[in-house]
Design a protein around this ligand. Sequence first.
Ligand code: NAP
Ligand code: F7E
Length: 349
Amino acid sequence: MKKALITGITGQDGAYLAKFLLEKGYKIYGIYRRLSTPNFWRLQYLDIFEKINLIPADLIDSASLIEAIKISEPEEVYHLAAQSFVGASFEQAIGTGEITGLGVTRVLEAIRQINPKIRFYQASTSELYGNGKTQGSFNEKDLFQPASPYAAAKLYGYWITRIYREGYGIFACNGILFNHESPLRGLEFVTRKISNSVAKISLGIEKELRLGNLEAKRDWGYAPEYVESMWLMLQQKEPDDYVIATNETHNVKEFCEKAFNIVGLDYKKYIKIDKRFLRPFDVNYLKGDYSNAEEKLGWEPKTKFNRLVEVMVKEDLNRWKRWQNGERFPWDAPNYPGESKILTRALRV
Ligand code: NAP
Ligand code: F7E
């Protein structure tokens, strides 16, 4: 049985990837960090919490990462953990550099020291391109021009991955993933903020939706499909870097229009522009050319913009209707549910 270690398993992509790899027959280990309120709702939501092995570790703590690799003895490491919110990176630029940037080296160094045959996936991002274009699509050869502390940290992560590949022969790949969304997306990201608010407004729970830059364009895909590309990258003969996207772009306003339309409302009546959600520097236009991934990995996106908005709004609507019927959110409940195998260092002493 193949073993994989996933950092960021409690996040959107980590949860979907764990489910995908379990279905492929992998034994799954994930690292989680100690929080005052546990955050396992996505793993519960996908009904996989009891099927995975959790190891406490933090990206700022090398020793805990070394221990996680020693305990799990993986063939593949998927490095998804990060401070992933661009907005917060302007407020916590140094912390973002520590976690999202240097954290990559801490994981790679642990691999190099323990077993350099482990294959490594780095969660790189379309944010690397910044404001390099106003039309056309970005591919693997385009220039990186990061426009946030988050993107600068990810640029470091991208290059350190290539340096460990070329310098030490580690099978290390960068997935340059454009935005991908789902009902498991964090509430602060714009798509889920909109789908959640549309559901609440249509049910009379909320009155308005406050947003920042409505003109920003993004290439939005569907997260469960994107995690398959991560696995495909690590199954190739040679390590490489790949753009994963839909090659479509839409602005935030279009997302709002479509989402409000689904519940029969006019978005113009509910959106308020709020300066608190404007960034000091924003990326205005992103569209990705995934033809290299299509040719080499046989990967292509299936869920496009209209369907994505529909899936997200309908799921939030369903959740809030259940809430109105007196159900409380299992996905919000602070708990250590079920029988997950939470491993500790004590196992090794
Ligand atoms: P996410 O939902 O924000 O998940 C981030 C994960 O990182 C969570 O499990 C979080 O744990 C963990 N984490 C944060 N700080 C940590 C630390 N100091 N030590 C250990 N774990 C820590 O992000 P996502 O959307 O799944 O994205 C996954 C990765 O892909 C990230 O690296 C992101 O930057 C990158 N990416 C995302 C997209 C996208 O559109 N989603 C596109 C390109 C690249 P807690 O649950 O404890 O907070
Ligand atoms: O913003 C604008 C905002 O926060 C998208 C991360 O997963 O994808 C994500 O980063 C756009 C920006 O995602 C609000 O200014 C307007 O132009 O949903 P977002 P992001 O910044 O594109 C990339 C690929 C990653 O790698 C990241 O980890 O929407 N916007 N009004 C708003 N954004 C937010 N969050 N909230 C607003 O109210």
